[in-house]
Design a protein around this ligand. Structure first.
Ligand SMILES: *Cc1c(COP(=O)(O)O)cnc(C)c1O
Length: 369
């Protein structure tokens, strides 16, 4: 079976975890502190980073740290993992689905504009398949109406935006380091921002709201007498997960080269087939997934054809406005996108011959059709 996605791990990660286990301090301590410093150095000197247990909790606490909650609304493109919607809903705020552009799968700014009300406090653009889409338009809209931008950059760690690392510019940028993302901690996430008040807030929120517990833990101490003023969570990152992340971060350049060259090979091999590719600049993006667009009639047939030849594929994502938990919305592009998208295998262990096999099977499918 050619897998859709997979973590890319080596002896370095095994050794790093062993080191933490032998040291015996498994919770949030020195490894997390170092990982945060290394992420800051990687992203930008004037950006602060807080590491947390998942990308979902990074999004949730970013929303909470902006003072957004019950009675407020956050606009999100309907095409995203349910994590983005649940993260907003967990704060008590209402996730409001907007439509996406068919060419990128990212926020359609005109659609987002129509969703603005007096309760809108933020927009959460998603870097779909690592592309930025019309992020500039999103920021212009947010500036015009005075609300926050919380980027779901779960797909795009390691890439650049306008020549600088994703996370270096913008309001609040959230990453995921779950098992299949561009780098992994096993499970993990991070918030990057220049807004020091937001980072300070998240440092407390991730430790049950215990004020200034982060500083104490990094100094090898612990709080016995402390203050709590708002709802916090057990969302901190552990030293074990941070140790994996630190090794993965050292390998980001190699991972990026592999992912980009595999996508370029896909592009080259699919060129004369009735398959459309998204409008993503791979000089900047480090691709997390490789979606292709076919007709709505062919999509399920192609998926099954590939599966029968040992090739796993995915569908990213079911529009969130169709889920019972969330508000209904009119997002025709999202429905069309969902019905015509198919994600091909892409990960750091995938070989050139695997891509050639996948594309050969796709060619065979269209020859038969
Ligand atoms: C992976 C992902 C998340 C959530 O990250 P976790 O670390 O799995 O909680 C959020 N949004 C998108 C688009 C994702 O792909």
């Amino acid at each position: 079976m050619i897998r859709l996605s997979q973590a890319c791990l080596g002896q370095e990660e095994i050794d790093a975890v062993t080191r933490v286990l032998q040291d015996g301090y498994l919770g949030m301590g020195k490894e997390v502190m170092l990982f945060e410093q290394e992420l800051q150095n990687y992203i930008a000197f004037d950006v602060k980073v807080a590491c947390v247990n998942t990308g979902t909790s990074a999004l949730q606490m970013a929303v909470q740290a902006c003072g957004i909650g019950p009675g407020d609304e956050v606009i999100i493109p309907s095409i995203t993992y349910v994590a983005s919607f649940q993260a907003v809903a967990a704060t008590g705020a209402q996730p409001v689905a907007c439509d996406v552009e068919l060419a990128t799968g990212c926020v359609d700014v005109d659609s987002a504009k129509k969703r603005i009300t007096s309760r809108t406090k933020a927009i959460m653009p998603v870097h779909y398949a690592s592309g930025a889409g019309n992020l500039e338009g999103v920021y212009a809209l947010a500036r015009e109406h005075g609300f926050r931008v919380i980027e779901d950059a779960a797909h795009s760690f390691g890439g650049t935006y306008k020549g600088q690392p994703v996370g270096a510019n913008g309001d609040i940028i959230c990453f995921s380091f779950d098992g299949i993302k561009n780098i992994t901690c096993g499970e993990g996430g991070a918030v990057a921002t220049k807004d020091k008040a937001v980072i300070r807030k998240i440092q407390d929120l991730r430790l049950l709201g215990v004020e200034k517990d982060t500083e104490k833990r990094y100094a090898g101490q612990r709080s016995w007498d402390f203050q709590v003023k708002e709802q916090g969570w057990r969302y901190h990152m552990s030293n074990i997960n941070a140790a994996i992340g630190r090794e993965q971060l050292k390998k980001i350049k190699g991972f990026s080269q592999i992912r980009r060259s595999l996508v370029r090979l896909y592009q080259q091999e699919l060129v004369n087939l009735p398959v459309k590719l998204l409008n993503i600049n791979y000089d900047e993006a480090v691709p997390h997934i490789m979606p292709i667009v076919v007709t709505e009639n062919e999509r399920d047939l192609l998926k099954e054809f590939l599966y029968n030849q040992g090739i796993e594929t995915g569908i990213h994502y079911k529009p969130n406005h169709l889920l019972d938990r969330f508000q209904k919305s009119h997002c025709p592009n999202s429905i069309q996108f969902w019905n015509s998208i198919l994600t091909l295998p892409l990960h750091g262990n995938l070989l050139v011959k695997d891509v050639l096999q996948v594309t050969a099977v796709i060619r065979q499918f269209f020859k038969q059709a």
